[in-house]
Write a protein that binds this ligand. Structure first.
Ligand code: OFO
Length: 172
């Protein structure tokens, strides 16, 4: 049985994760339009990962006997000033998602829902990784500055990212 406040908050988080997926797909499209196909690859995989995050929440709500209610997904930005700007946006967004997850943990504690608290721990750890990944790429971009050869080399490296296992969307 899922507490009504938590059901509402988890549904809101499903929307946040779908928005993340949409935002990163929009960034992928922007990179593709600039012929930065490695960055486009990285963002498209990130978008898929966010879809799996949404699905993980979706599955959990049903497992706990709650109801999923899908809401409209806001339109993401479609233009960025530079590669650096896109990754600053990414890090800001991940910090926002970390706050959302922390607020959910706080709510699970307030509602004494320990199962949901335990479920959320996976996301607490995931957010550490999400912020670290965005920070590392941002640091590389700051080092590169306006050097187009540096951007070219980083684009090639970003192109080597491979899809992760879909186990993230598991129904546990
Ligand atoms: Fe779902 O972790 Fe990024 O947003």
């Amino acid at each position: 049985m899922l507490n009504a406040n938590l059901e509402k908050a988890l549904n809101k988080q499903i929307n946040e994760e779908f928005y993340s997926s949409y935002l990163y797909l929009s960034m992928s499209a922007w990179f593709e339009s600039k012929s930065l196909l490695g960055f486009a690859n990285w963002m498209k995989l990130q978008s898929k990962e966010e879809y799996l995050h949404a699905e993980k929440f979706y599955n959990y709500v049903f497992t706990k006997g709650g109801q999923v209610t899908l809401a409209p997904i806001a339109q993401p930005k479609t233009e960025w000033k530079s590669v650096l700007d896109a990754f600053e946006n990414t890090l800001d967004h991940e910090r926002h998602i970390t706050k959302c997850i922390n607020d959910l943990v706080d709510l699970s504690l307030a509602e004494k829902d320990h199962a949901t608290g335990a479920f959320l721990q996976w996301f607490v750890n995931e957010q550490v990784e999400e912020e670290a990944n965005a920070t590392k790429i941002l640091d590389d971009l700051k080092m590169i500055g306006d050097n187009s050869y540096g951007i070219f080399m980083l684009d090639r490296e970003m192109g080597t990212r491979k899809p992760e296992t879909e186990a993230v969307a598991g129904k546990e």
